[in-house]
Design a protein around this ligand. Sequence first.
Ligand code: PAP
Length: 349
Amino acid sequence: MSMPIASHAFSLPSLPKYSNEGNHETANMALIFDRYKDRLATLPKEKGWITENLYMYQGFWHQSSRRISVETVMALQSTFKAHPTDIYLATLPKSGTTWLKALVFALVNRNRYKDDRFSTHPLLVSSPHNCLPFIETEIFRNTPTYVDSHSPRLFATHIPYTSLPQSILESGCRLVYLCRNPKDVLVSMFHFANKLRDKSRGLLTFEETFELFSKGIMPTGPYWDHVKGYHKASLEHPGKVLFLTYEDMKIDTVNNVKRLARYLGYPITEEEEAEGAVEGIVKLCSFENLSEVNKHGNLREDIPNDAFFREGKVGDWTNHLTDEMSSILDEITKEKFYGLDITWNNPIC
Ligand code: PAP
């Protein structure tokens, strides 16, 4: 599979381009931030990782005045309309969102690109974040997107289960949750935050982020509550909420992708199996391929595409956490997940 050189702002095939969409979005964001500013002022706040502060809303910490923010959650809760055929991918940041977006986009749309053996595939020219948007970012748009013109609509979200818009909970649509071990989430978030932080505020030290993370303070954290919310939902609604782990996906990507395909209602046929379709999708969505495609360019708000690709491994935490830090997180996790069958199927976790 040949690799493209760069990826810039992307418009999927057959979509009209609206040159003033950026202005509309900025104006919509300003309106929404203004609508909720009085409520924001009443929320408890703590030190942020990327933004200056995090705000506690419905038991979780959120950024403010950004696309993925507490104001967006409030706006989605009052306006978002889910369709029963929608598919939602939910994650805590840094749990493998980008990978899951790529896999689900590639699986669901595989027949569109199979004739040319994926050579014109959007994932070869653009970030998975452009192919499969967050509901948090879609709310600001005025113009139709690929998502609107295709069924099922594919969306991602970082919103905790208990804060999801009611219409998602009531629509009966399918949801996939990807969970990653807390130590690798902490390390991944530490690097991501330092990349995106306003440099005038200085870099975060690992010790600082460890303290914040252990107290549950991170965007859409506490980590443990976010995971528990979706885990509980997966037990209560097994046909509607699928709970996966990054570690399982890494150990056996092919079989987990097949499982994902079955769950989403797009099972791999015998013919596809014989043609190596799953292996093709796994390769297309591999860290190696996606990190190459996304070496250049920015997502909106000047977030570099390459910020979503660092190591892509299980267990990088061993290079960052002291034994004491590791034991503290083990203890918290043991206590918070007591009685729950949440494990990371890898010896290093
Ligand atoms: P987001 O929630 O902010 O969108 P997310 O994609 O969850 O970010 O996090 C990026 C992590 O996924 C990075 O982990 P690391 O910092 O430990 O390296 C990134 O490397 C990893 N990642 C991105 N793409 C892939 C992939 N195709 N396969 C495996 N891991 C990946």
